[in-house]
Design a protein around this ligand. Structure first.
Ligand code: B12
Ligand code: SF4
Length: 514
């Protein structure tokens, strides 16, 4: 339920970005059926049992990824016990587990896209246009020991234009689950459709920024460029967070990306020695630098334990990844996941390890297969080291995103296109005081840890001071010490084992009288 803290900033202690994300698949299904429906997100056992007792459900749909198969089994057991009349439908990536039919007591297992399936099952028109739900991308954001206030419009809206990816990398479960190489399911085909959805979200959620949940958004250039045309016509100064592969990014000039409002970009930085076509000879270090110089925050993603990795070369491969100096860096273990071509290959080669719990197959623990040169235990050591090394060399991601914002602001504050100018000015106006205060606290916190990083933070703080208005310049004097105190308090809390959990959501649609 957390992205950053689980797989991106997990070594950054109190500087780690903490944020929960809803289960978007079931929100999308709910929005697109006309039957009365309840979404219960993040329930504990009592919540789930209570809901089953309170209403006579014809169908109980359960969404899950593979790691949570044990929970699915238990939820099915509870449904049979409390609500024996209900039909149980299981969907999401867990459906790819081999033999799932015999592991959980369900009536239907749904592989792939779920809206069309559910509409068909309910006797509704499966080809009706897709209606996008209003989704706030993250909630309960927390950093440096402070929970950020939740103002309407302050957090980006999630937009889901498609599922799947046609690139078909051998390890990729999302690509495999929605049809594999060359295939994907588009919910919104054109830039016009996307523009309409985003405009509606802008009205409903009062947002100007969007988290576009499409595995390779920039790959569909025609759609993206049409969206840009519409944005220009309507003078929309939106910002977009997108996923894109290096070869797709290269189809655009920096100016096109900036005009399109791309402000955060997640891209794979697999080793230059890997054979993935999405990199296609791109110099990812130069690309990353260039993006950041244009104010685009980059989240790199690197796989640890590729076939060619050995204990001798892995350190230099990790150093190479870290040298990209991205704003955020995700590291994941190379993991054969059921349903993917890689899983089949490992199965055929008898290299899958037996007795690895599905709950541990998620790329953030240890290998689930026999690697030619790296042991299971060492896989974890290298993974942990990669996160730690990135933090040690590049400092907190909060510092890095502040640096990228400033670079963008300096470059575009006088840009002729007002939409671009406004975007950077808006962000700088909102955040420069807060960033300066956070930098003030970081600088002090890092003095004992790493003087070099502390000095870099100091230099950036001075630049912010120079570029900020009077209020933002004064803010660190007050907010800085507060943040330093909350940061240190958070470090102690985390050391004591403090955990954060998302709240429970219960949302009903099409209920008469509710
Ligand atoms: C958003 C996201 C998250 C959010 C989770 C939000 C949440 N509360 O669940 C965050 C960032 C927190 C997260 C965390 C993790 N995630 Co994640 N995540 C995604 C991501 C990027 C998008 C999911 C999404 O919303 N897609 C859009 C919706 C519309 O698609 P969907 O969920 O698949 O739903 C469709 C169908 O599957 C189906 N469906 C879904 N549910 C149901 C239910 C029924 C009844 C029916 C009929 C159909 C159905 O219909 C939907 C519409 O077509 C995917 C990658 C991707 N692009 O899909 C990875 C992905 C789902 N995550 C993955 C993993 C491994 C994890 C982590 C374990 C990573 C880690 N090591 O920390 C954690 C575990 C979280 C947890 N506790 O469950 C893997 C799952 C692998 C697998 N095969 O099981 C994926 C596929 C990424 C990948 N390619 O490896 N994740
Ligand atoms: S480019 Fe990314 S999303 Fe597409 S198949 Fe490869 S790993 Fe999956």
């Amino acid at each position: 339920m957390e992205l950053y803290h689980n797989q991106v900033t997990r070594a950054q202690g109190s500087f780690s970005l903490r944020m929960f994300h809803r289960s978007w698949g079931i929100m999308l299904i709910q929005e697109n059926i006309s039957a009365p429906c309840t979404v219960l997100d993040f329930p504990n056992r009592e919540d789930f049992a209570h809901e089953l007792r309170a209403h006579a459900y014809d169908i109980v749909g359960i969404s899950s990824i593979i790691i949570n198969v044990g929970k699915v089994r238990e939820m099915c057991r509870m449904v049979r016990e409390i609500s024996p009349r209900s039909k149980i439908v299981i969907g999401g990536h867990v459906a790819a587990v081999p033999g799932i039919e015999t592991m959980v007591d369900a009536d239907h297992i749904v592989r792939g896209e779920g809206i069309a399936w559910m509409r068909r099952y309910l006797g509704e028109d499966e080809h009706a246009p897709i209606r996008h739900p209003a989704i706030v991308s993250g909630l309960r954001t927390r950093i440096m020991g402070i929970r950020l206030p939740e103002r309407k419009g302050a957090t980006a809206a999630t937009i889901i234009p498609s599922v799947g990816c046609p690139m078909g990398c051998n390890f990729c479960t999302t690509s495999a689950f929605f049809g594999g190489k060359g295939k994907f399911v588009n919910f919104f085909e054109t830039g016009d459709e996307l523009f309409e959805v985003m405009s509606r979200m802008e009205d409903e959620l009062k947002v100007k920024s969007f988290f576009v949940m499409d595995e390779n958004f920039l790959l569909h250039r025609e759609r993206a460029m049409r969206l840009l045309e519409r944005m220009k016509e309507s003078r929309k100064s939106w910002s977009l967070s997108v996923f894109a592969s290096a070869n797709a990014i290269r189809k655009y000039t920096m100016q096109e990306l900036v005009e399109l409002g791309v402000s955060w970009l997640w891209m794979g930085l697999e080793s230059p020695r890997s054979s993935y076509s999405k990199l296609n000879g791109t110099d990812t270090r130069q690309l990353t630098r260039e993006l950041r110089e244009h104010g685009i925050r980059v989240q790199g993603s690197t796989i640890i334990g590729l076939e060619h990795h050995t204990p001798d070369n892995i350190v230099s491969e990790i150093e190479h990844a870290v040298s990209h100096d991205t704003d955020f860096h995700q590291f994941m273990l190379y993991t054969p996941v059921p349903g993917t071509p890689l899983y089949q290959q490992m199965l055929d080669e008898h290299r899958l390890l037996k007795d690895v719990d599905y709950a541990d197959i998620h790329g953030q623990f240890k290998f689930n297969f026999k690697h030619a040169a790296i042991s299971r235990d060492d896989s974890k050591r290298f993974l942990d080291w990669a996160f730690w090394r990135d933090f040690e060399i590049n400092g907190p991601s909060l510092y890095r995103i502040a640096r990228t914002l400033l670079a963008g602001w300096k470059r575009y504050k006088d840009w002729p296109d007002a939409r671009v100018r406004e975007r950077f000015a808006g962000e700088m106006g909102r955040l420069s005081g807060v960033y300066s205060s956070a930098l003030w606290a970081m600088e002090r916190q890092f003095r004992k840890v790493d003087r070099g990083v502390s000095e870099q933070i100091h230099a950036l703080r001075q630049e912010f001071k120079h570029e900020s208005g009077i209020v933002s310049r004064m803010m660190p004097a007050v907010l800085g010490p507060v943040l330093l105190w909350t940061t240190r308090r958070e470090e102690k809390r985390l050391a004591r084992g403090k955990k954060y959990e998302p709240p429970v959501f219960l949302e009903r649609t099409n209920w008469v009288g509710v």
